[in-house]
Design a protein around this ligand. Sequence first.
Ligand code: GLN
Length: 314
Amino acid sequence: MANDTPDLRQIVSQINSDMAQVEDRGSVANYIPQLACVDPFQFGIAVVTADGRIVKGGHADTPFSIQSVSKVFTLTLALRQLGEALWDRVGWEPSGDPFNSIVQLEAENGRPRNPFINAGAIAVTDALLGRRTPVEAVTEILQFLREVAQDESISVDAVVAKSEKASGFRNVALANFMRDWGIIRNAPEKALDVYFNHCAVSMSCQQLALAGRYLAWGGRLGPEGPQIIPAIIARRINALMLTCGHYDGSGAFAFRVGLPGKSGVGGGILAIVPGQASIAVWSPGLNEVGNSKLGSLALEKLTSQTGWSVFAMH
Ligand code: GLN
């Protein structure tokens, strides 16, 4: 039943109408001024299935700021380029702390717990930057996104990047602290420049779900698609998404949704059903731990109705 396309269409369309009725939509991120301007009454969903079909609903074609969902793609590129050496700079344990927390860094010699909290993602971005210029690194990230989503129109929203650069004092502190420990090797402002730009990439649910395919199909863009990364890297990224992808809300997401997922404060979530589907949802209102409120709810409904879970047979 899980792969039956007419049923999936019905489920997605029902979820879309259900979401329109929800009154408490959470609150939009306001610590990045440009994100505070986004209309919270939007919801989109796109599901790419093994046969390459895209089932979508709501504002599935509206571009939004992918924010921390971009950390999945920078991690992919860094692992492809640096391999195991990346783990000298960042760990793979859940933090149990908010995404922008600084508290563990001091106790743990400046090495972030995992690649998805801000500190870890900035460290990954610095590793990826290597000896490139920030412009070269951002171009490479964009090229990768365009390749995996097969869409040349994907780009950075410069206004959002500038807005975060002007207000990202906490990230500046994290980067400087890690520079002091040698975890970051470039000038902190260079690593942050790339980080703010990749967080400010705009994508729609459809583009994001297409971009996530390589995680659902062992590193390939679909069951028969081209191999983008080795299968083992896809497996590891899925493990990290499950345990760390929603910060201190990762346990709740595993419990309620049961899939590897990565959220962003723009309200997007990428969720992976290994071997079955790549899913993107978006709604700008966030819950108390900074994950999309309606996005999480929609995924909970979708998985309960399809039976999709990494913890169950399907
Ligand atoms: N760019 C945001 C930040 O650094 C990303 C946070 C997020 O999406 N959770 O704060």
